[in-house]
Design a protein around this ligand. Structure first.
Ligand code: SF4
Ligand code: MG
Length: 365
């Protein structure tokens, strides 16, 4: 699959009066077209900050202090894509790591950002169902987005598209004129997803969009969004602290700890053979509704204060396997499995340079 988004060495700091909080630290990853990437980690690990940074929605005192976010637009095609492409900057395009033309998201002007955010990337943030306008029908809210971004559509086409979108998310056409308060929480959430899909974005970013809903409705809605993304080959960056949900719905999973990405691999690899000791802890800490029952052990201790980053591995104070090198050298993401070079972990146990004699081998971790 081709590259869609490439994040290189991204750093975000919150400048508080009592010191800078290093919320995202040197994070790099790629997302391919149509891929579902789940981002997991305890609260405060930097996953939301990362999503806000990628979408250029950070507000002071948070600042991007380093790194690059590259977006690979599609080649010229007809229809909406061409209209949108014309709003993305032509100047200042870079050549990305695969040789294709890329846009530097961190350099977009406010008007370019508006085109980028709706037409290329849709963002659904926490308690999204409250993001609906209470005094406007859901149909009109969809039509409004189309009006603003699809000047080529006439009123009838827009209405037709609004109905089509509502149907896609399982809302009957006769709800077109309903107001948000006339819909259940789950239906409001579906309406938000319909709006996010309105312009056929290449990427949808969702940050714990369903936490206000009960677990069963949450699952239904996440299943719906991942089905729709697969149907339209839309990439999805999905954030939650619930790893068992991600295991079911994502292609790839990235696990963050103390502002760093500590493991990235396919969901299958993470489920079968998590490599990072923190991933082990998370897997044991979350029950899986469908798989075999796993012991819930939790992870004793708490993450480090992100104002004072400890030396070496950020997980070392909680890691049952820590050894000498762990307090001296920061582990980097690197292949952590001989059979699967795509499984990356930032842990010295997988590095010959550091692994002490007699340390538990990868297989035992
Ligand atoms: Fe544990 Fe050391 Fe690996 Fe960090 S680098 S996770 S402390 S074994
Ligand atoms: Mg969060």
């Amino acid at each position: 699959k081709d590259l869609l988004l490439e994040v290189n060495n991204l750093c975000v700091d919150y400048f508080a009066s009592n010191g800078a909080v290093h919320a995202v630290r040197d994070v790099s990853f790629v997302l391919r077209r149509g891929e579902i990437l789940g981002l997991a980690g305890e609260s405060g690990c930097g996953k939301s900050t990362l999503a806000y940074a990628i979408s250029r929605l950070l507000r002071p005192p948070a600042y991007i202090t380093g790194g690059q976010v590259l977006y690979y637009p599609r080649g010229h095609e007809g229809g909406a894509t061409a209209a949108v492409q014309s709003k993305l900057p032509k100047k200042g395009r870079l050549t990305g790591s695969n040789g294709d033309e890329a846009i530097d998201v961190l350099q977009l002007s406010p008007s370019e950002l508006r085109a980028f955010r709706w037409s290329e990337v849709s963002i659904v943030f926490q308690s999204a169902m409250n993001a609906l306008n209470p005094v406007m029908s859901v149909g009109d809210q969809i039509i409004d987005v189309l009006k603003a971004h699809r000047p080529d559509m006439g009123p009838n086409q827009r209405k037709k598209r609004a109905i089509e979108l509502l149907n896609l998310v399982g809302i009957a056409s006769d709800r077109l004129n309903s107001y948000p308060h006339e819909l259940s929480g789950g239906m409001r959430q579906r309406a938000v997803i319909a709006i996010a899909l309105a312009l056929n974005p290449e990427l949808i970013i969702m940050d714990e969009p369903t936490t206000a809903l009960d677990v069963v409705v949450q699952r239904e809605i996440l299943q719906l969004i991942s089905d729709l993304c697969r149907e339209f080959n839309t990439a999805l960056l999905f954030i939650t602290h619930d790893l068992s949900l991600l295991l079911e719905l994502s292609d790839q999973i990235a696990i963050m700890y103390a502002g760093k990405m500590v493991e990235k691999a396919s969901s299958v690899a993470i489920y079968d053979h998590p490599r990072h000791p923190y991933s082990h802890g998370l897997l044991n800490a979350f029950p899986n509704l469908h798989g075999p029952i796993r012991k819930m052990v939790g992870i004793p201790g708490s993450p480090p204060d992100l104002r004072f980053i400890p030396s070496g591995c950020p997980f070392r104070e909680r890691c049952p396997l820590a050894f000498e090198a762990c307090s001296e050298v920061v582990p980097q993401l690197q292949p952590a499995s001989l059979e699967n070079q795509q499984q990356l972990a930032a842990c010295h146990l997988y590095d010959r340079k550091f692994r002490p004699q007699g340390a538990p081998s990868a297989a035992e971790v």
